[in-house]
Design a protein around this ligand. Structure first.
Ligand code: SF4
Length: 330
C-alpha cells in the first residue's frame, strides 16, 4: 500500500492504523529531533499531495482486512505535516463514514492559525499537536519553522482551536537535553499551556534516530522537573508495546519500507518483528532490504536504525551514548 501502513504500536494510541497523505518529507518545520531526516526544502504550501480518492480506497481495503480489535485508532500521521494536504477535512469525514474507530491527527499544529484548518480538524476525535517551546527564540531553535509560521501564530492557533472545538486536545512536549528541559524553559512552556488548556500534556523523549546527532534526551532529573512544572495533566509517554503489522503489502520488503518511511525502526526491533512474521527468515529479509536500495541504516545512541533511503540525515553515525528509556518522535 502506498498511503496506509501498519497497524503499528503507538505509545499514545495503542495499535494505530496510519494514513500518510504526503510524500517524504513534506513539512513546514525542520525539528532538530525529527526521526524522518531533515526537511529539504521546507515548505508551507497546502495542496492535494496525493489524490484523496486513492487514499480512501486504500483505507477501505486496510479496514476490511483487519478483524475487530486489531486496530485501536486510525491516525493521520506520516512523512511530514499532514495538514499540508488540502483535503484533510474530507478525508477525516469519509474515514469516519467507513469505520466506528476513533480518528486522530498527529500534527505539529502550526497551521491551526488558519480557520479552514481548524474547521477541517474539528471532525476528528483527537488532535495531537506539538509545543516544545514557550518563547519564539527557543521555538526557532528546536522546530526551525518556515518563516510564515511565527510562534505567535502557533500559540494563537492552538488557543483558538481549543476555544472553538471540543475535540480532545493532547499536546506533546518533546524534551531535548539542554534546550527545553531547564527550569526557565519549562516554566515558559507551562505558561503557554495554561493559556491553551489542553486535555492532556504528553511528555516525550527522543528515541528514534534524531536528525541532528547532538540531540540527547534529558536525564531522569530533567524528566521529573518537566512533570513537576508542566502540571496536573502532564504525563510521560512510555515506549509502546505491541506488534508491527506487515500484512498490508504484496511482499515483506514493501511492508517494511512502508513502515520505516514513517517510523524508523531499531534493528533489533525490526528483527523481532520479522522473526514473528516469518520465523527463521529475519536475516535474509534484512539482506533483501539492504539490497533493495530502498532503506538506509542510521546510527544514533550506539544503535542501528533502519530508515527509508530518501530520508536526509546529514551524519548517519553517532554512537556516543546509550538509547534512552522512553520516547518516539512524531
Ligand atoms: S518532527 Fe514532525 S513537525 Fe518536526 S520536522 Fe519532523 S515531521 Fe515535521
Amino acid at each position: 500500500m502506498k498511503y496506509v501502513f501498519g497497524p503499528v504500536p503507538s505509545r499514545r494510541l495503542g495499535q494505530s492504523l496510519g494514513i500518510d497523505t504526503i510524500p517524504l518529507k513534506t513539512c513546514n518545520w525542520n525539528c532538530v529531533y525529527c526521526q524522518l531526516g531533515r526537511t529539504v526544502p521546507l515548505t508551507n504550501e497546502r495542496r492535494e499531495y496525493a489524490p484523496a480518492e486513492d487514499i480512501l480506497l486504500e483505507v477501505e481495503r486496510a479496514l476490511r482486512s483487519h478483524k475487530s480489535g486489531e486496530i485501536d485508532w486510525v491516525t493521520f500521521v506520516g512523512s511530514g505535516e499532514p495538514t499540508l494536504h488540502t483535503h484533510m477535512g474530507e478525508l477525516i469525514r469519509r474515514v469516519k463514514d467507513l469505520t466506528p474507530l476513533p480518528v486522530a491527527v498527529i500534527t505539529n499544529g502550526a497551521l491551526l492559525y488558519l480557520p479552514e484548518v481548524r474547521e477541517e480538524l474539528s471532525v476528528a476525535d483527537a488532535i495531537l499537536p506539538t509545543l516544545d517551546a514557550g518563547n519564539a527564540r527557543l521555538y526557532r531553535k528546536i522546530n526551525r519553522p518556515h518563516p510564515d509560521i511565527t510562534f505567535e501564530r502557533l500559540v494563537n492557533g492552538l488557543i483558538t482551536f481549543r476555544e472553538e472545538y471540543r475535540v480532545k486536545l493532547w499536546v506533546e512536549v518533546m524534551l531535548v537535553r539542554g534546550l527545553n528541559d531547564t527550569e526557565d524553559a519549562l516554566r515558559e512552556i507551562a505558561d503557554v499551556l495554561r493559556r491553551i488548556q489542553p486535555d492532556e500534556v504528553h511528555v516525550n523523549l527522543p528515541a528514534r534516530p534524531p536528525v541532528e546527532t547532538w540531540v540527547q534526551p534529558p536525564d531522569e532529573e530533567g524528566v521529573m522537573r518537566a512533570l513537576a512544572i508542566l502540571g496536573r495533566v502532564a504525563k510521560v509517554v512510555h515506549p509502546a508495546e505491541g506488534s508491527f503489522d506487515l500484512s498490508g503489502s504484496e511482499n515483506v520488503v514493501d511492508a517494511i519500507v512502508g513502515i520505516i518511511t514513517r517510523h524508523p525502526m531499531r534493528e533489533d526491533e525490526l528483527q523481532r518483528t520479522l522473526e514473528k512474521w516469518e520465523p527463521g527468515k529475519a536475516n535474509s529479509v534484512l539482506e533483501q532490504l539492504a539490497a533493495s536500495g530502498r532503506a538506509q541504516v542510521v546510527e544514533r545512541y550506539g544503535y542501528r536504525f533502519w530508515s527509508a533511503s530518501p530520508a536526509h540525515y546529514p551524519e548517519k553515525s553517532s554512537a556516543k551514548s546509550k538509547t534512552p528509556q522512553n520516547g518516539e518522535s512524531r
